[in-house]
Design a protein around this ligand. Sequence first.
Ligand SMILES: [Cu+2]
Length: 85
Amino acid sequence: MYAFEVQDMTCGHCVNAITQALTAVDRDAKVQIDLAGHRVEVESAAATAKVLADAIREAGYTPKRVFAATVAAAAEGGGCCGSCG
Ligand SMILES: [Cu+2]
């Protein structure tokens, strides 16, 4: 699983654009996006982190790679509401 922080992802349109960009490089990729947390998680067997980051960048956004330890820590911190926590 690859995780990216995308601060300039701000609305549902961004979510769609990023999801499409990621599934364009790997159509079997599982994309999970937390808009409030500006977090993009991708489960992909075919694409590397670099390919995925490039796809997000090409869609017009700025991805920052987040590593597993940070992801776990963020998850423990909880989300902003019942559905994202
Ligand atoms: Cu948007």
